[in-house]
Ligand binder design. Sequence first.
Ligand SMILES: NC(=O)c1ccc[n+]([C@@H]2O[C@H](COP(=O)([O-])OP(=O)(O)OC[C@H]3O[C@@H](n4cnc5c(N)ncnc54)[C@H](O)[C@@H]3O)[C@@H](O)[C@H]2O)c1
Length: 382
Amino acid sequence: MRTGVWLVGARGSVATTSIVGALALRAGLAGPTGCVTELPDLRGPALPAFADLILGGHDVVTTPLTKRAEALAAAGVLPGPLVDALAGELVDVEAALRVAPTGGTQAERAAAVAHDLTDFRSRHALDRVVVVNVSATEPAAAAHPAHHELALLRDALAGPGEVLPTSSLYAYAAFTAGCPYVDFTPSTGARLPALAELAQERGLPYAGHDGKTGETLVKSVLAPMFAMRNLAVRSWSGVNLLGGGDGATLAEPAANAAKVSSKQRVLGETLGYLPQGGTRIEYVAELGDFKTAWDLVTFAGFLGTGMRLEFTWHGCDSALAAPLVLDLARLTAAAHAAGRRGPLAELAFFFKDPLDAPTHALAEQWALLRDFVTGLHAGAGR
Ligand SMILES: NC(=O)c1ccc[n+]([C@@H]2O[C@H](COP(=O)([O-])OP(=O)(O)OC[C@H]3O[C@@H](n4cnc5c(N)ncnc54)[C@H](O)[C@@H]3O)[C@@H](O)[C@H]2O)c1
């Protein structure tokens, strides 16, 4: 199953790490550590092989991919010798990257993106292309009546205004071109009724939102533990210190607010109440692509005895995110091949703020994912 993976934000840290990782896996130069789809429970015939993933994407900047990979190697995110060994392959991927369209109406920009996608699909003889948004986090979208109905949206996009935030315009373009869409960011993406209508009309699956790679991942394991032991969580406060492009974007208050609300959802949903406290994100340029999260939880046990838990997470964000981007591309491609349309709630395991998720507890999300993938493999074997 030849599968295109089209990365929106293709020259960013997560995208570059995903590209180098996919090329390394294809060349047999690295193992699949961190790739969930290579676990014995999930591996199987329904998923495209790493060798069948062809990469392309859009970005607003034109920094050569090799330069981005070298910078990530210098920062300790990627192994330098691996980047050197893949220099030729990186030049090939460079040829498949396109500059994000600017100017004109939003309908014209969406048509240009859709054209790039169909061109990529036919030039590389791909069975399908999965579009994955890994571009900079944008502020929450302003409400617009056209977000609620596809016919209204089509008319409004042809007008002069900015009707859709960029992430949603990419989702619109992806669906128009017949491509499934995954949002690894907290941005609006496909989360609008008019876009859900378009995905239904075109028979396309989509997934999101916001990859779960650090503090929220740990929260989604610990919060169910407190709930299952009937312990009362009184406060849960977290501080996230990060650098890199993502950290710089999140220093903007509106993007920061979008991320923070995505990170807090797991507590309310899992505990059934919201403890005191919140999550703060602070930009520390010195940390580069590495992140430190520090959380303090206070809770009460039998007869009201007060106790506390602290944890510190030191993660390399892009190294944690990239294998999940490849997992999501493989799983969404398999879901599309199996005829699934609409939101893929079974992929909640991967996200901080999952679409239509029946649960925020990691162990339950894992069981949901395993059953889903088992079904895909059974279908592929028939
Ligand atoms: N790394 C993680 O663990 C993790 C986890 C969850 C979510 N995310 C999200 O993934 C995204 C990417 O993170 P990153 O660290 O790679 O950030 P980054 O700043 O390194 O990369 C973002 C890229 O998007 C590009 N971009 C901006 N606007 C664009 C547009 N309109 N069209 C196309 N490209 C555009 C930028 O030029 C840049 O190359 C962020 O939204 C982040 O919140 C990351």
